[in-house]
Design a protein around this ligand. Structure first.
Ligand SMILES: NC(=O)c1ccc[n+]([C@@H]2O[C@H](COP(=O)([O-])OP(=O)(O)OC[C@H]3O[C@@H](n4cnc5c(N)ncnc54)[C@H](O)[C@@H]3O)[C@@H](O)[C@H]2O)c1
Length: 248
C-alpha cells in the first residue's frame, strides 16, 4: 500500500527513542520530511534519516513548556513552510511504580504535565499550520488508559485524558478538515518499560494474548497508516495495538 506520505512534513515528539524513533524512520522511508522534538538529543536519529537519504531536523524541547513549544513550532514552519502530520509520542510514567497512597506530587506533576499538558501544548501550537493543509494528529495514549492498573494509576489517568482529549479535538477540528486519532499501544520493547524499579519483570508480555511485547515498528506502522491519506475516513478513533492485552 502506498501511504502517500512523499514530501509531507511530519512532526514527532519523543522522536529520539522508541516508538517516536521507529515512526520517524518509517516516515522517512516513505519520503516524508521529519521534525524530531525531544528533550533528549534526537540528532542521532536525524543522522539515521540522513543515511537513508531523507531530511530531518532535530529540535531540543521540553513539551511541558508552552512557550518553548510555540517557538519550536515556529521554527519548523519557517524551515519546511508548513506541516502535515503531528505525532505526540513523548511520554512519562515516573521512575518508580507505587500505589496512589505512596505516590509523590512530583510523580503526579511529571506524568500529567508531560502526557496531558504536553499533548495539549503541541496540538494547540500546531493547529494553525495543520488547518492550512488539512493535516492530521496522532496522539499516543496507552492500553493503560482503557483499563485500571495497580501502581500505574496516575499514568493510566493521564492516558485516559489523552484518549478523550483526542475525541473532543476531533469534534472541534472536523470542520477544518483536520483528522485527530489516537493509538493505544500495549507493552512495547522500548527504554520506557525497562529498568523500572518495582515493575514485575515478565508481566507486560504475559498480559498479552500473543505472549510477547510488541516491537516499536509494529506501533509505527499503525501510526503511519493513520497519518496517511489512506485513513481519510478515520477521525476521533481510538486504535488499540496491544497484542490482545485488553481483549481478556
Ligand atoms: N513502550 C510501551 O510499552 C508503551 C506502551 C503504551 C504506551 N506507550 C507510550 O508511547 C509513547 C512513546 O513511548 P516509548 O515506549 O517510545 O518511550 P521512550 O522512552 O523510548 O521514548 C519517549 C521519548 O519521550 C521523550 N520525552 C519524555 N518527556 C519529554 C518532555 N517533557 N519533552 C520532550 N520529550 C520528552 C524522551 O526523551 C524519550 O525520547 C509514550 O507516550 C508512552 O506513554 C508506551
Amino acid at each position: 500500500m502506498n501511504l502517500e506520505l512523499e514530501g509531507k512534513v511530519v512532526v514527532i515528539t519523543g522522536g529520539a527513542s522508541g516508538i517516536g524513533r521507529a515512526t520517524a524512520l518509517g516516515a522517512a522511508r516513505e519520503g516524508a520530511k521529519l521534525a524530531l522534538i525531544d528533550q533528549s538529543d534526537a540528532k542521532s536519529v536525524a543522522g539515521e534519516i540522513a543515511d537513508l537519504g531523507g531530511e530531518a531536523l532535530a529540535l531540543g524541547c521540553d513539551i511541558r513548556d508552552a512557550a518553548t513549544v510555540e517557538a519550536t513550532m515556529a521554527r519548523i514552519v519557517e524551515r519546511f513552510g508548513g506541516m502535515d502530520v503531528l505525532v505526540n509520542s513523548a511520554g512519562a510514567a515516573g521512575s518508580v511504580r507505587k500505589p496512589v497512597i505512596e505516590t509523590s506530587d512530583a510523580t503526579w506533576d511529571l506524568t500529567i504535565e508531560t502526557n496531558l499538558r504536553g499533548t495539549f501544548n503541541l496540538c494547540r501550537a500546531a493547529l494553525p499550520a495543520l488547518r492550512e493543509r488539512e493535516g492530521t494528529i496522532i496522539n499516543i495514549a496507552s492500553e493503560l488508559g482503557l483499563i485500571g492498573t495497580a501502581n500505574l494509576v496516575v499514568y493510566g489517568a493521564s492516558k485516559a485524558g489523552v484518549i478523550n482529549f483526542t475525541r473532543g479535538l476531533a469534534v472541534e477540528e472536523g470542520e477544518y478538515g483536520v483528522r485527530v486519532n489516537c493509538v493505544c499501544p500495549g507493552p512495547v520493547d522500548t527504554p520506557f518499560v525497562h529498568h523500572k524499579p518495582g515493575a514485575p519483570k515478565n508481566a507486560p508480555a504475559a498480559a498479552t494474548i500473543m505472549g510477547r511485547m510488541g516491537e516499536p515498528e509494529e506501533i509505527a506502522d499503525v501510526i503511519l497508516f493513520l497519518a496517511s491519506p489512506r485513513a481519510s475516513y478515520m477521525t476521533g478513533a481510538i486504535v488499540v495495538a496491544d497484542g490482545g492485552a485488553t481483549a481478556h
